[in-house]
Design a protein around this ligand. Sequence first.
Ligand SMILES: NC(=O)C1=CN([C@@H]2O[C@H](COP(=O)(O)OP(=O)(O)OC[C@H]3O[C@@H](n4cnc5c(N)ncnc54)[C@H](O)[C@@H]3O)[C@@H](O)[C@H]2O)C=CC1
Ligand SMILES: C[C@H](O)[C@@H]1OC(=O)[C@H](O)[C@@H]1O
Length: 254
Amino acid sequence: MLLQGKTVLITGASAGIGRATAVAAARHGADVALNYLGDPAGAESAVREIEAMGRRALALPGDVAEPATATAFVEAATEALGRVDVFVNNAGICPFHAFLDMPTEVLERTLRVNLHGAFHMVQAAANQMVRQGGGGAIVAVSSISALVGGEFQTHYTPTKAGVHSLMQSAAIALGRHGIRCNSVMPGTILTDINKEDLGREDGKRAAMEARIPLGRLGEPEDLAGPILFLASDLARYVTGAALLVDGGMFVNLQ
Ligand SMILES: NC(=O)C1=CN([C@@H]2O[C@H](COP(=O)(O)OP(=O)(O)OC[C@H]3O[C@@H](n4cnc5c(N)ncnc54)[C@H](O)[C@@H]3O)[C@@H](O)[C@H]2O)C=CC1
Ligand SMILES: C[C@H](O)[C@@H]1OC(=O)[C@H](O)[C@@H]1O
């Protein structure tokens, strides 16, 4: 039990990595507040799964691109669950698009959800942790894409580098309050975000798989362990760090 009696808040938790992490946190003894957008069925099924383990859970809708969502989420979660021990910034989008004709609205939406959303959410969670005292842990879902490029991700990869950078700077700003800030960098994980891209007929999925020394694409549950480790006291002296969770894809140059 890594998070016995702790309260964990997670954004984008109705599906994929966020949902898997929410359920795993409950399995490790935490009560969980889930933010989501546009998928009430996914969020409610996660709540039921968590409650079946005897933990408390609540799902709150909200678009992380709106700054007001952050304070509303943290306030509602704190009122319902009492405090915020762990915050996981996970919500994100990746609408694959070519660079030369990237629509401004696609660029701006991606920046607002992935980067501005992360900033406002982390700030709101950190303020609650400072108010209540006792420290805390923040884990952001960055990406291998913070380190390497993608032809159809010129709007997306800077947001993932930005999230990683946000954790580094926040680690300095919040260390005096006992709040640790780290990021995970997933490789390619099978979720809704890339279902269409990996289904391309030019063999994209096979090409990605061939780069991975462990021989398979990731599953959402592969991220839950590393995120919970960074959130837990096992990582009590880890802050400002980034953990690649990619089956070895990044180091596989040749
Ligand atoms: N799947 C992958 O290969 C990788 C994913 N990531 C990151 O992992 C995070 C989670 O993505 P996945 O689980 O893969 O995708 P997903 O599409 O399964 O889950 C994304 C979640 O974020 C929510 N969301 C999207 N926009 C939102 C908004 N404006 N406000 C609130 N919630 C919103 C969705 O409703 C969903 O619950 C993202 O930040 C993504 O960039 C990073 C590296 C690799
Ligand atoms: C959406 C992509 O398939 C996924 O997201 C990332 O951050 C990495 O680029 C993965 O391949």
